[in-house]
Design a protein around this ligand. Sequence first.
Ligand SMILES: [Cu+2]
Length: 83
Amino acid sequence: MKKYTVKIDGMMCGMCEAHVNDVIRKTIPAAAKVTSSHKKGVATFLAEDIDDDKLIAAVADTGYTVLDIESEPYVKKFFLFRK
Ligand SMILES: [Cu+2]
């Protein structure tokens, strides 16, 4: 599992966040914890490997622009306390 942070240009309000969340959920059905912030201009979600180009194209079709996609390994917290 990875945590994806997607920088998105063009989100102006809560409706835009909802549109972006919807397009992420449609493009990546396995995505979990999908959230977007128009103030930060960022959407985040959890997923296994994704097709970056497909997401970029789907977001563009919705009227927004992906500026950057970053991913980092996502480790559930309880693993941290394992010995
Ligand atoms: Cu809006």
